[in-house]
Design a protein around this ligand. Structure first.
Ligand code: ADP
Length: 452
């Protein structure tokens, strides 16, 4: 049996090992899921949700351990790792209620016909998840799939197998055998899972891998829910509260070392306020403390691995060579660390303004009018999140409505109220999850009709 070693990106030390699958193992694993699924589907949505609800005390009790693993396996500050594990446990009850309500049958009637829309399982769901939120992403993929009555095979990222395994064990203790299985391995194992006898593939990860998954899924016309990358713009209008805008820019460019799908990756600031805005961004950037996630007071950890670091530094170097000015960071630190980096004088000919960076880089470009800001912000194949800062709410909302992103925040990030879907437009996704509309995508709608 091959093994997967999880490495601490801050130190290079091994965090632990798990048994890994080989592509050839996946067929029998999916067959077990297939066999377990009808029994699971025979329960009601509420009964299935209650099984998962029973796992909440276990998840709470394990939150400290899981959060520590998150931090050690992928490098985010310990408080953020623990915060993620705690948030997942604390949010699960409300999430389950929302899913059950979303999957309730809906009745439609006209003069002649009464129709009931049922939300039935697809069958077997493959959940393939990334390393940047290695507990929340599995939870958001696996839980709605299970409540809908699907059996799930989860393949967590090969960078973060231990925390995902520990999280899944908390659920598995309350589920019938084989209803939730976890397989470990790299992309070849993920690919075998996509090509196996599964009905729905729920994937969060890069656009490039999303394209490959869609190609593999096309052969069997399998359902896909793909949450892909982004190149999120932040537009700072000339009437913006510059302190608030700079605080957001720094927080959202450098959180999780920029390894967030809704990180701010492009900043467009009105030229009349560019100088004071950049000053504020630099001041806040210089106050950031970088180091291993386990060290006290650290706000920014390492990149997840050397490959990710090399990609970020290459984009910065290419931009510098093409005329960008590096006002902070941009240097090569030991290990997997990339310092928080601020670039100005960037433009759209540079890869760093076009391709997802997924690193701690704030790229600031100036604009002269609202129309120009909208044109620049929309000049991307991506369309995940976006933000607009401006004091005149009507004007800022007007700009926000013209952005082609799936989630836009005005004077805040793109996260919405309870029930908001997590949705990407354009090439940032196909289908979506979260909120009632997202939960229903894990179920087959079936319309049963009879005369009135
Ligand atoms: P990254 O390269 O940053 O890890 P990916 O999008 O490649 O991001 O990976 C996200 C998840 O997709 C991981 O669990 C990874 O193992 C898996 N994966 C990678 N390639 C494939 C593939 N061809 N088919 C299915 N899953 C894959």
């Amino acid at each position: 049996m091959p093994e997967l070693t999880s490495i601490d990106p801050a130190t290079g030390d091994a965090v632990g090992r798990v048994a890994a699958a080989e592509p050839g193992d996946i067929g029998p694993i999916v067959a077990r899921a297939r066999a377990a699924q009808p029994g699971w589907a025979a329960l009601t949505h509420r009964e299935r949700a209650d099984r998962l609800r029973a796992a909440i005390p276990d998840l709470r009790a394990a939150a400290e351990e899981i959060g520590t693993l998150v931090s050690r396996e992928m490098g985010k500050p310990l408080a953020e790792g623990k915060g993620e594990a705690g948030y997942a446990a604390d949010g699960l009850a409300e999430e389950l209620d929302e899913i059950v309500a979303a999957l309730e049958p809906q009745v439609l009637e006209d003069r002649r016909t009464r129709t009931t829309l049922h939300h039935d399982p697809f069958g077997v769901c493959a959940a393939i998840t990334p390393w940047n939120f290695p507990v929340l992403m599995p939870q958001q993929s696996v839980v709605p799939a299970l409540v809908a009555g699907n059996a799930v095979v989860l393949k967590p990222s090969e960078e973060t197998p231990l925390c995902a395994q520990r999280w899944a064990e908390c659920l598995q203790a309350h589920l019938p055998p084989d209803v939730l299985q976890v397989v470990h391995g790299a992309g070849d194992v993920g690919r075998a899972l996509v090509r196996a006898d599964v009905d729905l593939i729920v994937f969060t990860g890069s656009r490039a891998t999303g394209i490959r998954i869609m190609q593999d899924a096309a052969e069997g016309l399998k359902r896909v829910i793909l949450e892909l990358g982004g190149k999120d713009p932040l537009v700072v209008l000339d009437d913006a509260d510059l302190d608030a805008a700079a605080a957001f820019a720094v927080r959202n460019s450098f959180r999780n070392a920029g390894q967030v799908c809704v990180s701010t990756e492009r900043i467009y600031v009105h030229r009349d306020v560019a100088a004071p805005f950049v000053d504020r961004v630099l001041e806040r950037t210089k106050a950031l403390v970088q180091g291993p996630g386990s060290a006290p007071g650290v706000g920014i950890g390492p990149m997840v691995n050397a490959r990710q670091k090399a990609k970020v530094l290459r984009q910065v170097e290419d931009a510098r060579r093409a005329g960008a000015k590096v006002l902070a960071g941009g240097t090569d630190l030991p290990g997997n660390f990339v310092p928080p980096t601020v670039l100005v004088d960037v433009d759209h000919s540079m890869e760093i303004m076009r391709e997802e960076t997924f690193g701690p880089v704030a790229c600031i470009m100036q604009f002269g009018s609202d129309d120009e800001a909208v044109r620049l912000a929309n000049d991307s194949p991506y369309g995940l999140g976006a933000a607009v800062f401006g004091r005149d709410a009507g004007r800022a909302e007007g700009v926000a409505r013209r952005l082609t992103a799936g989630m836009v925040g005005v004077n805040q990030g793109c996260g919405g109220a309870q029930g908001t879907p997590w949705v990407g437009a354009r090439q940032s996704g196909i289908g979506f999850h979260s909120g009632p509309a997202g939960h229903r995508q894990f179920a087959q709608v079936r319309a049963n009709s009879r005369p009135r």
